[in-house]
Design a protein around this ligand. Structure first.
Ligand code: ZN
Length: 104
């Protein structure tokens, strides 16, 4: 199971966006990166060629490396170090190592 999954709320741990929070929109496993809603915005210059796409400068999220983000624990509301445990029904779930709460 991945440490970070789609729809997780994560906090940026380093770099210019340090402290920013957002929901994971996409995980890019091959690149070890995630795209986080509203974080790490970059301006992109779009050519006004294709019909239906906005021209000019638009802002969108650039992928961030997994090592720069941490899942925010829903119970203690802090960036969590992730552990794993097996529930009684055999399903493996992620837990917050700070407060032991289930994250999944
Ligand atoms: Zn916690």
């Amino acid at each position: 199971m991945r440490r970070i999954q789609r729809d997780d709320v994560v906090e940026v741990r380093s770099g210019k966006n340090k402290g920013a929070r957002g929901q994971v929109r996409q995980v890019l496993p091959k690149r070890d990166r995630v795209i986080v809603q509203g974080v790490n915005m970059v301006k992109r210059h779009m050519r006004p060629t294709q019909v239906g796409t906005p021209a000019g400068i638009i802002e969108r999220e650039a992928p961030m490396h997994l090592s720069n983000v941490a899942v925010v624990c829903p119970a203690c509301d802090r960036p969590a170090r992730i552990g794993y445990k097996k529930r009684a029904d055999g399903l493996k779930v992620r837990v917050c190592r700070r407060c032991e709460a289930d994250i999944d």
